[in-house]
Ligand binder design. Structure first.
Ligand code: SAM
Ligand code: SF4
Length: 461
């Protein structure tokens, strides 16, 4: 499939022209765009270009306020938590930025057995997680689709007295429609794949191996969609090329998916390049903290319906700020080595900057007034793809999000939290319960909270 040949997904010349044409926006133009942002309909590339080029500190603060407002309108105050699970670091690609690249012969290569996967999952469940993001390198022999499917099945099968994993999202190499069908059959949540950089020349400089095929990467979401996977995640690895270009490319990609597949991206991930043991790549385009926060805010406004994901690559301070300006999902308590949960060995894929345990992260976000969520309701209720988008675009999804966040956080408080957090958490639940406007939904949530306190689990709308 070569559907990008005529630049239908990413038109580099157009993106560069937009960046040049929007170089010096007036305050008036910015304020007009921020006013439009509050209509929650997204932005044109040119409008996003103006925001990218804004320089005044006061206007940047206005942008942050508008982005935080949009996030709240769409998703409410909830923040969904998950953990990555790396099952194999075998990889035949040589991505210059990644420690798992095939040229790394100092790395002890490891592929988890199903039994080892089970052990890792037990650790994650006993931490409080309900959502996992499965990750592995590309190796058609060792990490073939059958192995990935068996791994997913095993993850879903594990139960401890603290519960089970209820949603497995997947971040594996671009593949064929028939392989995506197998993922669909295995009942995955979101299929995520990052373009890394949308800039062709940079892409070809940084990759070799099958992933070096830019088109294969860019068109993967269409193949996944053809296999009926309709919750799709996109992303760029910031630091590989100019962040301004990548932001407009991400928006173009989102608009393409929305226009052609009628389903925009379920999530946008914003990983930032981090140092890694054998990686000698030095980013020429490293993104400052200020620009990083700015780009999150712009994405939130430009693609209001999407989930924005931040990982533990970022420090607690940056994450705290990012939560206020548009991020709606975050990993926590993460380990980016193979089989590293509950152990301290093996080389990571890259350095992480938030190594706090899940409970500590939860404490912090509760103190900041957010509602932690372990919700997995939408895909289990069939609210995926178009159906999810309609609710999200219509500003209706937060009604489900709030009630389900309350129920899943109540479970967390019962099963995992110690005194202190438990009291603080219960007080927060009360506040948000009162905010459920629909009387029936509020009463029903209240009833379910009672059931949870008497031992029932996994209640959702
Ligand atoms: N191997 C698959 C792939 O490349 O698509 C699966 C996921 S890979 C384990 C997850 C992501 O980690 C990559 O898509 C890349 O964006 C990110 N990554 C790789 N090296 C990184 C680094 N040094 N710093 C931050 N993120 C990195
Ligand atoms: Fe392999 Fe993915 Fe790392 Fe590239 S980013 S070397 S494909 S694990």
């Amino acid at each position: 499939m070569n559907i990008n040949m005529e630049g239908r997904i990413i038109d580099e010349k157009k993106i560069e022209a937009v960046l040049a044409a929007t170089r010096s926006p007036s305050s008036q133009v910015i304020l007009k765009i921020l006013k439009k942002a509050r209509e929650k309909k997204g932005l044109e590339l040119k409008e996003a270009g103006y925001l990218i080029n804004l320089k005044e500190k006061a206007l940047r603060e206005e942008l942050f306020v508008a982005a935080g407002w949009v996030k709240n309108e769409i998703y409410g105050e909830r923040l969904v938590f998950f953990a990555p699970l790396y099952i194999s670091n075998y990889c035949i690609n040589d991505c210059e930025y990644c420690n798992f690249h095939t040229v790394n012969n100092q790395l002890q290569r490891k592929k988890l057995t199903l039994k080892e996967i089970e052990e890792q999952v037990k650790v994650l469940i006993d931490m409080g997680h309900k959502r996992v993001l499965l990750e592995c390198g590309e190796d058609p022999k060792r990490n073939n689709i059958e192995y990935v499917v068996e791994a997913i099945k095993r993850i879903y099968s594990v139960r401890t007295n603290k519960g089970n994993i209820r949603r497995v999202n997947v971040n594996i190499a671009a593949t064929t429609v028939s392989n995506y069908r197998k993922l669909k059959k295995a009942n995955i949540g979101t299929y995520q794949l990052f373009q890394e950089t949308y800039h062709r020349l940079t892409y070809s400089r940084l990759h070799s191996g099958p992933k070096a095929d830019y088109e294969r990467q860019l068109t993967a979401h269409s193949r996944a969609h053809a296999a009926d996977l309709d919750d799709l995640g996109i992303g760029a690895l910031f630091g590989l090329y100019d962040w301004r270009f990548e932001v407009l490319a991400l928006i173009s990609h989102a608009q393409y998916l929305d226009r052609i597949l009628k389903v925009g991206p379920h999530t946008i991930s914003v990983p930032r390049f981090q140092a890694a043991p054998t990686v000698i790549f030095k980013p020429q385009y490293s993104v400052s903290d200020n620009d990083f926060l700015k780009l999150i805010a712009i994405l939130r406004i430009a693609v209001p319906y999407t989930g924005i994901i931040i990982s533990t690559r970022e420090s607690p301070l940056i994450r705290k700020r990012a939560f206020q300006i548009g991020v709606s999902q975050a990993s926590a308590g993460s380990c980016v080595t193979i089989g590293g949960y509950g152990r301290k060995d093996s080389q990571p894929q890259f350095k992480i900057h938030d190594s706090r345990p899940l409970e500590e992260v939860i404490k912090q976000v509760v103190s900041d007034g957010f509602l932690p969520s372990f919700c997995t309701a939408c895909y289990r209720r069939g609210r995926t793809g178009k159906e999810f988008m309609e609710l999200s675009k219509g500003g209706e999804i937060h009604k489900f999000c709030r009630a389900n966040a309350i129920l899943t956080f109540a479970e967390y408080l019962e099963d995992f939290s110690a005194n202190g957090l438990r009291e603080q958490g219960r007080a927060l639940l009360k506040v948000y319960l009162e905010k459920i406007e629909n009387l029936y939904l509020r009463q029903e949530t209240q009833k379910r909270l009672l059931k949870i306190s008497s031992g029932r689990r996994d209640l959702y709308f």
